[in-house]
Design a protein around this ligand. Structure first.
Ligand code: AVJ
Length: 320
């Protein structure tokens, strides 16, 4: 059943090419980096789901609290016929919206888009089974590249939850929002979740949990590169590092080489000095006025901005 629920826009070769490009660019840069996109193989997606259940990782519960309170309003105000979810993963929180639309709206189609085939296959199967009246069409794709492939027509609500927009660097974020606006028509809606700036003593443990799940999630990206590109990284030779960058107001995850190393990948020999970092993720934290300004700049009009009672996480409903 799963095959007909998925549209594979991102062909395997295409994914492979984009992984190779990223790895080559990132590992030959002065300051080594990798895109957080590549965390999410089957194991990485599973580890991320585990992270969302950690006491330290407040985002998931906080965003869920907003959606529990506001899902009915989102369904009524948007009047959407098509719900498109970017970076959908397990679509667990999205069920709150699907439930609300079932009660208050007349949603016809659900379109989750994700780079992780495994996560998408599981979520489309489950959602199709649990919402029999709904047309489910999963798209294997990259939200920074495939916004032109979203289904057209009907009133659309695009949801981008979990704070994933924070994984884009500021310039990429501007480009992404502009491309998103260009892909929509006026009258369509955007719902975006953003983690908010707060005491680093709260943020840092969310990315460096006591049980070490985030460390394992971080190191898993090296296994992905070993498997997909035949590299010879030794994941155990890297320490997990989570750093708060106060100027940029973002968290950086890094993998720090414990000793000098040479890694073979894509015909390159990548040299790490002892203590050298490989940046694997940036996760930006936002201020309410900043979110509104970035959306306005891209041509969106903010309709509502909500937070959970503790003010940890923000959800914005904006109109194209
Ligand atoms: C799912 C991308 C929002 O940046 O907080 C969790 C991923 N990284 N722990 C985030 C993540 C480390 C997460 N996003």
């Amino acid at each position: 059943m799963s095959a007909e629920l998925l549209e594979i826009h991102l062909e395997e070769q295409d994914l492979g090419r984009s992984l190779r490009q990223d790895v080559r660019a990132g590992l030959t840069a002065e300051e080594k980096w990798l895109s957080p996109k590549w965390f999410y193989d089957a194991r990485g997606s599973q580890l991320f789901e585990e992270i969302t259940r950690l006491a330290e990782y407040y985002q998931t519960q906080a965003e869920r609290a907003v959606l529990v309170d506001r899902a009915a309003e989102i369904a009524t105000v948007s009047g959407a016929k098509t719900l498109i979810e970017l970076g959908s993963g397990s679509s667990e929180k999205t069920r709150l919206l699907l439930d609300a639309f079932t009660r208050h709206g007349d949603l016809g189609t659900f379109v989750p888009l994700d780079v992780s085939v495994s996560a998408l296959r599981e979520s489309t199967d489950r959602i199709a089974a649990d919402y029999p009246g709904l047309r489910v069409r999963g798209i294997v794709g990259d939200f920074t590249r495939h916004l032109d492939r979203l289904p057209a027509g009907g009133r659309r609500l695009v949801v981008f939850l979990g704070g994933t927009i924070g994984n884009l660097l500021p310039a990429e974020r501007g480009e992404f929002l502009a491309a998103m606006r260009a892909a929509l028509e006026s009258g369509d809606w955007l719902l975006v979740g953003t983690d908010l700036v707060k005491d680093p003593a709260v943020v840092v443990p969310a990315y460096d949990d006591a049980a070490g799940v985030t460390a394992e999630f971080n190191r898993n990206v090296l296994q992905v590169i070993n498997r997909e590109l035949g590299a010879d990284f030794d994941p155990a030779a890297f320490d997990h590092v989570a750093l708060w960058n106060p100027e940029q107001e973002w968290i950086e995850m890094r993998l720090r080489a414990r000793h000098p190393m040479r890694v073979r990948v894509l015909g390159l020999e990548v040299v790490f000095a002892a203590g050298e970092d490989l940046r694997t993720e940036v996760s930006a934290k936002f201020r309410p006025e900043g979110i509104a300004a970035e959306l306005r700049q891209a041509g969106f009009v903010t309709n509502e901005f909500w937070t959970d009672p503790a003010g940890l996480f923000g959800v914005t409903l904006a109109r194209a």
